[in-house]
Every structure is written in structure tokens, then in C-alpha cells.
Ligand binder design. Sequence first.
Ligand SMILES: Cc1cc2nc3c(=O)[nH]c(=O)nc-3n(C[C@H](O)[C@H](O)[C@H](O)COP(=O)(O)O)c2cc1C
Length: 160
Amino acid sequence: MNKKLIVFFSYTNNTKTIAQKIKEKLNCDMIEIKTVKPYSNDYQTVVEDEQNSESSTHLPEIEKININLNQYHTIILGTPVWWYRPVPAVRTFLTENDLSGKTIIPFATNGGWIGRTFEEIKKLCPNSNIINEINIVFENNQLKTKETKIEQWIDSITKQ
Ligand SMILES: Cc1cc2nc3c(=O)[nH]c(=O)nc-3n(C[C@H](O)[C@H](O)[C@H](O)COP(=O)(O)O)c2cc1C
């Protein structure tokens, strides 16, 4: 059976909203990546603190994933874009877990500057089959990408 798992990180809940939408439709398992050291509640502080992450190789420690990834064939991977890249906690997840041979369907939420997010996911998972990625834009936390586009994308995932 082609078992699917949603894995995501979210700071201001945009990515979480999309992850929950996917879960409602697919009725599959879902896990949220969390950093051991929480980020500041002050948005601007996080934006400024993370600015150096544009070129950084720093991987923040994340909470242990209490799920056996071996049982899943497909990982639906959600990340906000931070400084044109996948969020550092997602980079930690991809570095610590071998997703070779699995299909990865990435979705990235962002304010319109996706940068090299999908390229970097591909680089971190050279032996995975990365398909059907979608860029979902929020402006001031309001969804800008058409709902119908997202619904169609979710429908297409159910077949994978
Ligand atoms: C530290 C930080 C860096 C960001 N960098 C970018 C960026 O490079 N490009 C972009 O379009 N949006 C950027 N954003 C906006 C987020 O990608 C966007 O609001 C995203 O939907 C947030 O997802 P979340 O609510 O799940 O945390 C940044 C936000 C933060 C907090």
C-alpha cells in the first residue's frame, strides 16, 4: 500500500493550515517538526536572527520524531521559506532521516520569494523521487494562491 505521511514545520501557522487541509482530504498520518529551542514569539526578532541563515549551514536541534518512517512510501513535506530556503528545522529533518527510495511531494509557503527552496530539498534528498511540488503564497498571512489550485493539487496527490 502506498502509505503517506505529512511532515511539516510552521512558525506562524500558514504551513500548518495547509498541512491540516491535506490531512482532512487524505486522512493520513501527520507530524509537526519542532525545534528543541523554541523561536522567539516576536516575529521581527526571528526574521532578523535568521537573516544569516541565507548562507548558513547551521542545523537546529529538533525534537525526536516518534514515528517509524520506514512504513511510509510518500512524504508530503511542508516548509515555510526562510531567507529563500527551506526552514532550518526542515533541513535538519532531511539531514537526519534517510528518505532514499521514497517519493517526496514538497509544498512551500512564502510571501512570494521562494528562492532556491525546492532545489535545496532536491539536493538534500538525492535518492528520493521528488515530484509535484507547489509554491503557496501568503501575503500578511492571507492566502494569495487560489484555493482551487490547492484543491487540485491535493486531488492529484491522492492518486500518487
Ligand atoms: C525568518 C523568516 C524569513 C522569511 N523569509 C522569506 C523569504 O525568503 N521569502 C518569502 O517569500 N517569505 C519569507 N518569509 C515569510 C514566510 O515564508 C511566510 O510567511 C510563510 O508562509 C510562513 O509560514 P508559517 O506560517 O507556516 O511559519 C520569511 C518569514 C520568516 C519568519
